[in-house]
Design a protein around this ligand. Sequence first.
Ligand SMILES: [Zn+2]
Length: 282
Amino acid sequence: MKMFLAIVAVALLVWVVPYLWGRWRLRYLRSRPLSSLQKRLLTHALPLYRHLSRQQQSELESNVSLFLHDKEFVGCEGLTITEEIRVTISAFAGLLLLQREHRGYPDLRTVLVYPGTYVARETHVEGYIETTSDSAREGEAHYLGPVVISWSDLQEDMGHPEHGRNVALHEFAHKLDEEDGAFDGRPVFSGAGEGRNWAAVLGREYQRLQAISAGLSDDEETPGVLDLYGAVSPAEFFAVATEAFFVTPHALRHYHAALYGELRGFYRLDPAELLPENLQVS
Ligand SMILES: [Zn+2]
């Protein structure tokens, strides 16, 4: 009997208490209201915000509040982290989580923000040969690690939605993708039966973009809707398609209806319906 009680006590300490604490903490952080400045910055960052229902707006605000209080923002190369930087990045992170059960990117602790495009050192090992090279980057998402974003590139993306780019949406799509243990272009679906056609549709569209990227296709419509960088891997394709889905939804729906439909199912939003045609989410 004593042994049984001891096991129950250990289970409570090791599993139940941290679980309940985690749930309570998430609920508490989500419930903290945004200040009027933060709301203004959120509306500025996301023109889609004012087209959402009141319930969706309030959910987005909770997501932003959670992200703001749960993650650490670190300025790199002398960049001072402002409230605008924090809220803008949190807005895009929160948008991808709308209308789903989530724990707010549980494997992400830190967002590193560079003032502009930064140089990262890469090491490749092939057999006995190790090569090191520098590459210029606008952002990256480390597996189970930080997200890195160039602030000036994000601002450029927001100022030119016609380009269909958004480095923050791109990197947070990678973080969603990793939740099943791999950057493979297939995120975790909430309900049974969801994502049934995901592999077929995204696989087809990925091959189509690869053919265009290799100059093997006469499809003249696609460049400009999906960034050719998406042809690098299924994971990059999902991140690039996420950018187009939110930034140029009408074009994506027009030229890639099946892909748009899959993303609408996954993100539980229909930006092309919500937004007037001449206004894009930035
Ligand atoms: Zn990427």
